[in-house]
Design a protein. Structure first.
Length: 166
């Protein structure tokens, strides 16, 4: 199978979705649309694996801002949130000028961290492109260590549908 689709067949090159494919869009609390730029492509003319992370980053930052507010480092004092871990399952390639909708929702909340789950789908044909999650950690920039999430962040995440883990 060719890595690049024939002209006009970009939407037909897909991976077989797993049996445990993520839930439908209505169970996701937020979504963000980006368009694949020429600079996002790899030599095989489809979305580079690293670019998937950038699309998730754009959606993740906008989601977090919508949940806890658009606070800058100056507003937070020594507290911040850092991206500590990411898991991606690549399902199908995306191509130049294709619009990708990244669905995002808050996941498990722990003492000092929480998960953000994502699902990327093509706006053109609805195929699943990637899915996974990232771990966000509360961080104290003065001490250089993880720090418990403030109650205000926990409450905002709970209001956005996040679960807690004991």
């Amino acid at each position: 199978m060719s890595a690049s689709p024939p002209a006009g067949d970009a939407g037909r090159l897909t991976a077989t979705p797993p049996e445990d494919e993520p839930a439908g869009e209505r169970e996701w609390s937020y979504s963000h649309v980006d368009t694949v730029r020429f600079a996002d492509l790899d030599p095989m003319r489809h979305l580079n694996n690293v670019s998937f992370l950038q699309f998730f980053e754009n959606a993740r930052i906008k989601f977090i801002s919508s949940v806890i507010g658009d606070r800058r480092a100056d507003d937070l004092g020594d507290f911040g949130l850092i991206f500590a871990e990411c898991h991606i399952n690549y399902r199908a390639p995306a191509f130049y000028d294709e619009s990708i909708r990244t669905y995002v929702r808050a996941g498990e909340v722990r003492r000092s961290s929480f998960r953000v789950h994502f699902l990327m789908r093509s706006e053109r044909d609805g195929r699943t492109l990637a899915e996974g999650w990232g771990a966000i950690v509360g961080y104290d920039y003065t001490s250089g260590r993880a720090r418990p999430l403030p109650d205000s962040v926990r409450e905002a995440l709970a209001a956005a549908g996040a679960g807690t883990e004991t």
